[in-house]
Design a binder for this molecule. Structure first.
Ligand SMILES: [Zn+2]
Ligand SMILES: [Zn+2]
Length: 255
C-alpha cells in the first residue's frame, strides 16, 4: 500500500501545507477527503494517471469537501471515462449531495458515471472491499459527525483519525495497524484546548494504546510545528516508543 500526502495542514492552509488529504495506491487509486486544489496536488505529486477511482469523505467541514465539485468538473472536462464511486460518511451525505447539486456536477449528460454511497455511522463499518483491499470506518468525536478510516491489505494496515478529540474508541479501531495517521491541532503546553481536536499528546497516546509502529501527525497548525522541541517532548512523555513524524506535502510512504 502506497500513501501520498496531498496536504498535511489544518483548515488554514499555508504555501507549504495544504488542507489534509491523501491518495492511496493499491489495486485502485483512493482519494481520502477532498480539499481545494486537490487536482493540482495529484498532478504535481503523482501525475494524471493517479486520478481517483474511489473517493472517501470523512465529514462535512469545508477543508475536507470543497474541492470535490471542482475535481469532478475537471475530470469531466478531461473526458474521464471510468466510473467514480464516492463514499460519504452518513453525517455529511446530505450536505455533500446539496453542494454537488448546486454546482450541477452530478446527474449531467456527457459525464463519466458517478455513484454516491452513504456510509452508516456505525462502529467498525465496512465501507467497501475489493479483492485485496478493504476499508472500514468508525465514528470519532468532532464538532460535526465524523469517521476514522482503516485501510486493510493482507500485509499492511493503516488507520486515519480524521478530525477528532481524544477518542478511546479509536484506540480499539486502530489496534494492530502498522501505521496511524492522526491529527494534532495543539500542544499541551499551550494549555489552550481546541474542542473537537487532539493535542500531540492525544495522538501519541492513541498510538501507544493501539500499538502502532509508526505515527504520522497531520492536520497540524503552525503553532504545533513551530516548537518541535515541545512537540517531541509530548510524544516521548506519553510513553509511546514507536517512530513518529510530521510528513511533508507530497511525501509518499509505503506500508
Ligand atoms: Zn479539518
Ligand atoms: Zn473538521
Amino acid at each position: 500500500m502506497k500513501i501520498t500526502f496531498l496536504g498535511t495542514g489544518c483548515a488554514i492552509p499555508t504555501l507549504e501545507k495544504n488542507n489534509t488529504s491523501f491518495l492511496i495506491q493499491s489495486e485502485e487509486n483512493i482519494l481520502v477527503d477532498c480539499p481545494p486544489c486537490v487536482y493540482e496536488k495529484i498532478i504535481e505529486y503523482l501525475g494524471e494517471d493517479s486520478l481517483p477511482d474511489k473517493i472517501v469523505i470523512t465529514h462535512s467541514h469545508v477543508d475536507h469537501i470543497t474541492g470535490l465539485p471542482s475535481l469532478l468538473e475537471i475530470m469531466r472536462l478531461k473526458k474521464w471515462q471510468k466510473r467514480l464511486d464516492i463514499y460519504i460518511s452518513g453525517g455529511a451525505f446530505d450536505i455533500v449531495l446539496e453542494m454537488l447539486k448546486l454546482h450541477k456536477v452530478i446527474n449531467r449528460e456527457e459525464c463519466f458515471p458517478i455513484k454516491l454511497h452513504s456510509i452508516p455511522m456505525k462502529k467498525d463499518q465496512l465501507v467497501f472491499s475489493t479483492e485485496e483491499f478493504k476499508v472500514f470506518s468508525n465514528p470519532v468525536i468532532h464538532s460535526v459527525p465524523n469517521i476514522a478510516l482503516k485501510f486493510v491489505e493482507e500485509d499492511a494496515k493503516a488507520c486515519y483519525s480524521s478530525d477528532t478529540e481524544r477518542c478511546e474508541d479509536l484506540d480499539t479501531f486502530a489496534y494492530g495497524c502498522d501505521v496511524l495517521i492522526h491529527e494534532a491541532a495543539y500542544l499541551l503546553k499551550n494549555k489552550k484546548k481546541l474542542p473537537g481536536h487532539s493535542s500531540v499528546d492525544d495522538s501519541a497516546i492513541c498510538s501507544l494504546e493501539s500499538g502502532v509502529k509508526k505515527l504520522y501527525i497531520v492536520h497540524v497548525t503552525e503553532t504545533v510545528i513551530k516548537d518541535m522541541d515541545a512537540f517531541s517532548k509530548e510524544v516521548i512523555d506519553s510513553g509511546y516508543q514507536g517512530e513518529y513524524s510530521v510528513p511533508e506535502d507530497g511525501e509518499t510512504i509505503e506500508i
